[in-house]
Design a protein around this ligand. Sequence first.
Ligand code: SF4
Length: 180
Amino acid sequence: MGKKLLLHVCCGPCATSSIERLLQEGYEPVLFFSDSNIFPHEEFIKRYENLLIAAEHYGLDVVLDEWNHDRWLEAVRGHEDDKEHGERCSLCFRFNLERTAEKARELGIENFATTLTVSRFKNSAKIFHEGEGLPGFCPMDFKKKDGFSRSIVLSKELGLYRQDYCGCEFSLRDRRCAGS
Ligand code: SF4
């Protein structure tokens, strides 16, 4: 049996190549869907359901966190108009990583990592900076070894839904503005 690791998952597509890599490296990942940043709630459910498809494919357990969007909005207050990749995103990373650290402690799992590093639109160094100092945080960069391209291939194979905005209402607004 491999070494347990709690994997914070942002969505099914990003989970695929991260899981594949962890399994190849001898880990036994437990998936943690903790994404109070996602808006609206229907989108949270849609991403969760797609993660379940990936989890079933790899035979892994999923732990679901509550959707506490109000608490997340509190955490990013004052940064609603920040551009994507700015301070709001750093606060958002921190929010989800803190919840994952708490859950890892609760489950007695020593280490945790996040699939947020898969996306080529997210700076892994910024994510690592927010995870620094949280007990058990492993700075694993899942976009390495072609992780992002691999996630596209694997999610196509599994027929997963791939969203076209990052997750919060502000990224949805900005995507709509860019598209208009
Ligand atoms: S754009 Fe994405 S990373 Fe940034 S605050 Fe919104 S959900 Fe979080």
